[in-house]
Design a protein around this ligand. Structure first.
Ligand SMILES: CC(C)(COP(=O)(O)OP(=O)(O)OC[C@H]1O[C@@H](n2cnc3c(N)ncnc32)[C@H](O)[C@@H]1OP(=O)(O)O)[C@@H](O)C(=O)NCCC(=O)NCCS
Length: 158
């Protein structure tokens, strides 16, 4: 558990090892095609997999992030913010914290794929200087659409 007071929403904390049930519940609130508890239970067994639950202590969980690191790359698998808590900088905050952690782990790049029609997510990644590096035609089903690939190279001090 890491607590922060410098987030746009005051006094959030990141739970680094939420249960499969806790993370699934947030996933369910954020996504139209959620991953289920069993999916999370299986992924949590993999050493490369991580999931964070963003919480306001004694209030509620407000967001989640799932990623996997295979050195020197880190893939962002899923980021979601509770619908009642969007547009307050929480996704940006989680990605900034991820970048800090990734640099400490000497990760060289972060990458992800996103539905081309997901304007809010595309805008989020672009704002944080992720660069579009390619696309996969008709990659997604329900709703169908192309996947855009984004990547961010991390700068390391010599
Ligand atoms: C995408 C998502 C994670 C953004 O979370 P959020 O906490 O609302 O985002 P933030 O408040 O940190 O916004 C940061 C930037 O993202 C972009 N953004 C966020 N919501 C947006 C919206 N509705 N429309 C356009 N841009 C948006 C903007 O660039 C914003 O910067 P700005 O506030 O200076 O304009 C959230 O909308 C969500 O959970 N969506 C459903 C799940 C999903 O699609 N996840 C991404 C694919 S895995």
């Amino acid at each position: 558990m890491i607590a922060y007071s410098d987030c746009p929403v005051r006094d959030v904390q990141i739970s680094l090892q939420p249960s499969a049930k806790e993370i699934m519940e947030m996933d369910f609130l954020c996504f139209t095609l959620p991953w289920n508890e069993q999916d999370y239970r299986e992924m949590q067994k993999q050493p490369s997999f991580n999931n964070w639950l963003l919480e306001i202590p004694d209030v509620c969980a407000v967001g989640m992030l799932a990623f996997q690191s295979v050195h020197p790359e880190l893939e962002i698998l899923r980021i979601g913010v509770h619908p009642d808590w969007r547009k307050r900088g929480l996704a940006e905050f989680m990605l900034e914290q991820l970048e800090i952690l990734a640099k400490l782990d000497r990760i060289e790049s972060l990458w992800l794929q996103v539905h081309a029609a997901n304007k809010s997510a595309v805008s989020l990644y672009s704002k944080l200087a992720y660069k579009e590096i390619g696309s996969r035609k008709n990659y997604f089903r329900d709703p169908s659409g192309d996947a855009l690939l984004f990547k961010k190279l991390l700068m390391h001090d010599a």
